[in-house]
Write a protein that binds this ligand. Sequence first.
Ligand code: SF4
Ligand code: SF3
Length: 542
Amino acid sequence: MSMFCYQCQETAKNTGCTVRGVCGKSEEVAKLQDLVIYTIQGIADIIVKGRLESEKLTTVNEKILNGLFMTITNANFDDKALEAKVFELITLRDSLIKEVNFTNFHDASVFNVQSREEMLEKASSVGVLATENEDIRSLKQMIIYGLKGMAAYAEHALNLGMEDISIYAFIYKALSLTLDKNIDAANLVSLTLETGEYGVKAMALLDKANTTKYGNPEITSVNIGVRNNPAILISGHDLVDLEQLLEQTKDSGVDVYTHGEMLPAHYYPFFRKYNNFAGNYGNAWWKQLEEFATFNGPILFTTNCIVPPRSEEIQKRIFTTGASGYPNCKHIAPDGNGKKDFSKIIELAKTLPAPVGIENGVIIGGFAHNQVIALADKVVEAVKSGAIKKFFVMAGCDGRMKSRDYYTKFAENLPKDTVILTAGCAKYRYNKLNLGDINGIPRVLDAGQCNDSYSLAVIALKLKEVFGLDDINKLPIAYNIAWYEQKAVIVLLALLYLGVKNIHLGPTLPGFLSPNVAKVLVEKFGIAGIGTVEEDITDFMK
Ligand code: SF4
Ligand code: SF3
């Protein structure tokens, strides 16, 4: 076996990618990512055992978040960037060692490598399969995947100047425990729930950072057609990158369109002041190969999800920034003040034709917590009168598996007196269907990006309060969540921490769940997979 990765929903045979990732990740990249994680675990162990205080570790905190983020599915395929990351982390680690006064270091805190070859060799013995017991491996990896998602959200918040030191301290504690060979399953189960608790904190922090800077999302119609100007497509989740791109393009004659998870940026009042902010182009990440061909202009990836481009022509138009990366694509790093120079992208855009339209019309969104709570009277009234029988939380990710047609059919076949609450790129499975409204409330309420699943939890907690219930599970809300990558893992753990039961998770249950760990999730939390649309709707509506 040359590599092993089972962190995402599309893992080969739902057991693990062992030769090459279904995502396109090479063996080399998979191993370098394993080593990034191992080095980060070693740093965390030094911090915890050396009792170093997270608030004094500004650079370390930032570099750890970024390193974890680089290993999220479809974020970074750039072997050179990952190799450089390992060297950077080792240098950082060695300087931390000098600050502590204990000596019995874990191998992860002291191993050394001088070259790519040595990195690959080291990675072979420290990856996922280094933990032999499959239940312990399953729990440790679930925690690490949750931490990757948490780190992504914390990095976006940090880019907006907001942080919560307790999140960093937790990340270090949890990573250090994942190195512990003697930790038992019971302790790992409680650490999993604690990961969910900090997941809520990270999402709340990011929500605060986004809304403080950009205002509260409001009901918005987003154009999905095109204009006649040359244009740049911005993908991923980082709103600061979008702000900088809009500032730098505002008088250039170049339009900016959002793609994938950047769509919800249109819901923030702040971005509407830019006349060149033209609309949203395309769908969820996995359709990018065809959509980038017709877009014509440059594409800026701020985070996942990148699909390896098939033609050199498209590859030349792809730029990356932040934790994302792709070999031979220009990566734009910030200067010392966090400012990114996008002039190369803008210059390239000016030489290329305007996008070819692939759709027409609008998408309605902007139903984050503040907007929904503003409509609370209407919503409560509709529930009390029986006009709304049930809400379906269908947040999460989209993906390329054929079986995800389920979510479109599920949305189409839901009774007309139900409302879908969504967030994340999962929405593209049904956000262009004409599902109508209930007394003026649209039947698909999009809160935003995957991290805005936090909004859905806030809405649920508000409804619980309004209806005077003692248990969130007594609300007429069902959870049918689609997952793909590790941000969905932290969203799931956050929901479990908040006490939400009977979540259905699909299109397949995670391959990283061992049979025993899956059993715990089923018995303790009522987690279930999906069946047929008809059976599931009947079951949910009972
Ligand atoms: Fe396979 Fe997913 Fe890992 Fe890629 S990220 S190698 S598809 S499990
Ligand atoms: Fe989508 Fe990649 Fe997860 Fe942020 S863009 S939800 S998959």
